[in-house]
Design a protein around this ligand. Structure first.
Ligand code: ARG
Length: 399
């Protein structure tokens, strides 16, 4: 029996041609695996059939939307994960999930390798291969676009010659990756970083400048996980889908950034993540009232490191797992309600309440009758600044 390779299949031109390309280059049978992470677009049954029509020996579709929300989006939310303080890791968190299913499928079917359609210039190739290696070190990763020089022109020609059932419509000028956590758009005229994005780049968000009534919502969290919106219980996936609509309709979550890729290139990226920005904004503020000061301060550094590790393809690494354990521990009391006003491209917290709140009105109030003993502050400051005082005396004496 021929060796098998499991290909991460999107249904697009590159991975469709990749099926035959892989077969020709390696002699292996190709199993197509399409993972549904809420990318919407085409019907998954159509995608499954197309892989068979393009020569796959088997074609599998996995609905991983809930798994993606529960095991990848929720940890990112608990980490308030924003790479370079802006990018909610839309593509970066989907790759380890797809890689996990690639590795599991390869093992189940006795394949010796997996494959993906990434080029050699991006982060996603690293994320796929680093994740596969961490989970199944015996598997080899193949990348037809990168390793067998499958260029766009060659792909179009191959599809025509072999009569592959792929729409040969004019190539979209953009490279787009999308899932339920957001949408990434790159290339085309965006490659000039001075060019402003145009309205038709966006599909998850409405134009924020169109005048409209604000939307006010209440998001309830339980230990860092969104569990209800306006009092109605939701799963994490339902929360994300609902907020994509509510926040997206208000133009929330558009991001335009020049970002540092792992491979050393600076690249211009446009993202939309309405649910991502709304949920992180709400979650962060609930932490402000429920997490004690030093834990919260320390967590900000952990969040930045977590985001870099995930961006850099190290989802299944030891350090990432250890940081997860820290983050999980910080979420014990992150329960309560956040009122969020969505309007004109912004998500603004206007209220917060929690049974676990550390906010003490009697301590905080400037009204008479507060319980804070101000006389303690004088001595506190003296001891707090004592080391500086002693050092300053020494420095003066040395002059
Ligand atoms: N630059 C982003 C990242 O590295 C998005 C990549 C999306 N991929 C794409 N083919 N557009 O996470």
């Amino acid at each position: 029996m021929a060796e098998r390779v499991v290909l991460a299949y999107s249904g697009g031109l590159d991975t469709s041609v990749g099926i035959g390309w892989l077969k020709d280059a390696t002699g292996k049978e190709v199993v197509a695996l399409a993972v549904d992470v809420g990318q919407e677009g085409e019907d998954m049954d159509v995608i499954r059939q197309r892989a068979l029509d393009c020569g796959a020996v088997e074609s599998i579709v996995i609905d991983a939307k809930d798994e993606f929300a529960n095991d990848y989006i929720v940890p990112a939310l608990k980490a308030n994960a924003l790479y370079q303080k802006r990018y909610p890791l839309v593509s970066a968190i989907s790759r380890p999930l797809i890689a996990k299913h690639l590795a599991a499928t390869a093992r189940a079917l006795g394949a010796d390798s997996v494959a993906h359609g990434c080029t050699g210039k991006g982060n996603d190739q690293v994320r796929f291969e680093a994740a596969v290696t961490a989970l199944a070190p015996e598997l080899t990763s193949l990348a037809p676009v990168r390793d067998f020089a499958l260029t766009r022109d060659k792909a179009i020609e191959y599809a025509a010659v072999h009569n592959l059932p792929i729409a040969q419509s004019k190539k979209s000028p953009y490279s787009i990756d999308q899932n339920v956590w957001g949408r990434a758009v790159e290339t085309g005229f965006l490659e000039d970083p001075w060019n402003a994005p145009i309205e038709d780049l966006y599909t998850y968000t409405q134009d924020p400048s169109i005048p409209r009534e604000a939307t006010e919502i209440i998001i309830t969290f339980d230990q860092g996980v969104p569990v209800a919106v306006d009092g109605k219980p939701v799963t994490p996936l339902e929360a994300v889908v609902l907020l994509n609509k509510l926040a997206g309709d208000q133009g929330v979550g558009r991001i335009d950034i020049v970002e540092d890729r792992l491979v050393g290139i600076k690249s211009r990226e446009v993202y939309e993540s309405p649910a991502g920005i709304a949920l992180i904004t709400a979650h962060e503020e609930l932490e402000n009232v429920t997490v004690e000061r030093d834990v919260a301060r320390y967590k900000r550094g952990v969040e930045a490191k977590w985001s870099e590790l995930v961006y850099d393809g190290l989802w299944f690494s030891g350090l990432k797992k250890s940081l997860d354990a820290f983050i999980e521990d910080t979420q014990k009391y992150v329960s309560g309600d956040i009122r969020l006003k969505l309007h004109a491209g912004t998500a603004v917290v206007t209220g917060r309440q929690s049974k676990q709140s550390l906010y003490d009105f009697d301590l905080a109030t400037y009204d008479t009758g507060d319980s804070f003993d101000q006389s303690m502050a004088k001595g506190f400051i003296e001891l707090w600044s004592l080391p500086s005082k002693i050092a300053a005396r020494r420095d003066q004496a040395a002059k």
